[in-house]
Design a binder for this molecule. Structure first.
Ligand code: HEC
Length: 276
């Protein structure tokens, strides 16, 4: 479909061609066209006419074109809803972070991996090319105490192992956050990442009190999966740059990041029963 600009150019071209045909079709046509122009600038119609035509008319024309072309900022007339619920599938509301509470078999497997010096990390987690992360590098008290027990080869406390496994997951979440979310939400979680200033609607400051602690973690899971494009109309003025992560991060990775965000910001999610 041709744009209105194209039609406009076409009309102008037809008018110019028509005018040219009219002028050049009669003898003396060009003379009749040029005479008044020459008389105007030589002052034959008086100084006022000359002033009007050469200063006033171009000034009015220039100002009009300028005001057409000037970029204008329109402020949306509606308030943006940060936590929309109109298209929020309720099944997410009661979801609990499945990795926040390691199960018995998970703890057993973790102890086994530690004994074999082969604790596995999520695929995105590696420090340098060709150098995998080692659990030894997590400088947390429970992890270090757990590793000491493993090295001594004797009894391994399950409660301690569970704490160490959680510390490992938080470590993974922190790294995943720094890789994927930091550019916008910032390394300090305050919504001041290097890309943040490029967006009219600024990335959320997770340290602020009215953000992640006012919703359930299931809600955050849904928001992270669907991003800005998953938001309903009441959240659209100032379109959100928040990416939809469901195709780039696995559910496990998203939950791991969510666990770390709540931990690092020192906040707790709303519990589903309290949210009613
Ligand atoms: C390209 C920039 C960008 C990146 C990268 C980004 N975000 Fe966002 N995020 C935003 C913006 C902008 C908002 C605010 C608008 C909105 O709510 O959609 C936002 C909002 C959010 C919210 C909503 C908070 C609330 O209280 O409603 C969550 C949760 C969130 N981001 C988590 C993440 C996570 C987790 C990652 C990394 C996996 C991430 N974001 C990566 C730009 C980004």
């Amino acid at each position: 479909m041709p744009s209105s600009g194209m039609f406009f150019a076409l009309y102008i071209a037809i008018i110019l061609i028509g005018a040219a045909i009219y002028i050049f079709s009669s003898i003396g046509g060009i003379q009749r066209l040029i005479d008044p122009i020459r008389k105007t600038y030589s002052g034959a119609y008086g100084p006022t006419a000359r002033l009007m035509i050469f200063i006033f008319v171009p000034a009015v024309f220039g100002c009009t074109v300028f005001s057409w072309m000037k970029p204008i900022k329109i402020t949306p007339d509606a308030m943006r809803i940060q936590h929309p619920t109109s298209n929020f599938p309720k099944k997410f509301e009661t979801m609990k972070n499945p990795i926040a509470n390691p199960t018995g078999p998970e703890i057993e497997e973790f102890i086994e991996q530690a004994r074999n010096n082969n604790v596995r990390f999520l695929p995105q987690i590696h420090l340098e090319e060709g150098r995998p992360v080692n659990i030894e590098q997590i400088p947390k008290p429970s992890t270090q105490a757990f590793l000491k027990q493993v090295r001594e080869g004797g009894y391994v406390d399950k409660v301690l192992a569970k704490k160490a496994l959680l510390e490992k997951r938080l470590f993974e979440g922190m790294i995943l956050y720094q890789i994927n979310c930091r550019p916008c939400h910032g390394s300090e979680l305050a919504g001041a990442g290097p890309m943040a200033y490029g967006f009219k609607l600024r990335p959320i400051d997770f340290l602020k009190s009215e953000t992640i602690e006012t919703v359930t973690e299931g809600y955050i899971f849904w928001r992270v999966r669907n991003g800005g494009i998953g938001l309903p109309t009441e959240s659209t003025p100032w379109d959100s740059a928040m990416p939809a992560w469901k195709n780039d991060l696995t559910e496990e990775e998203i939950w791991t990041i969510i666990l770390a965000i709540y931990d690092m910001s020192g906040k707790a999610p709303l519990t589903p029963d309290k949210s009613k």
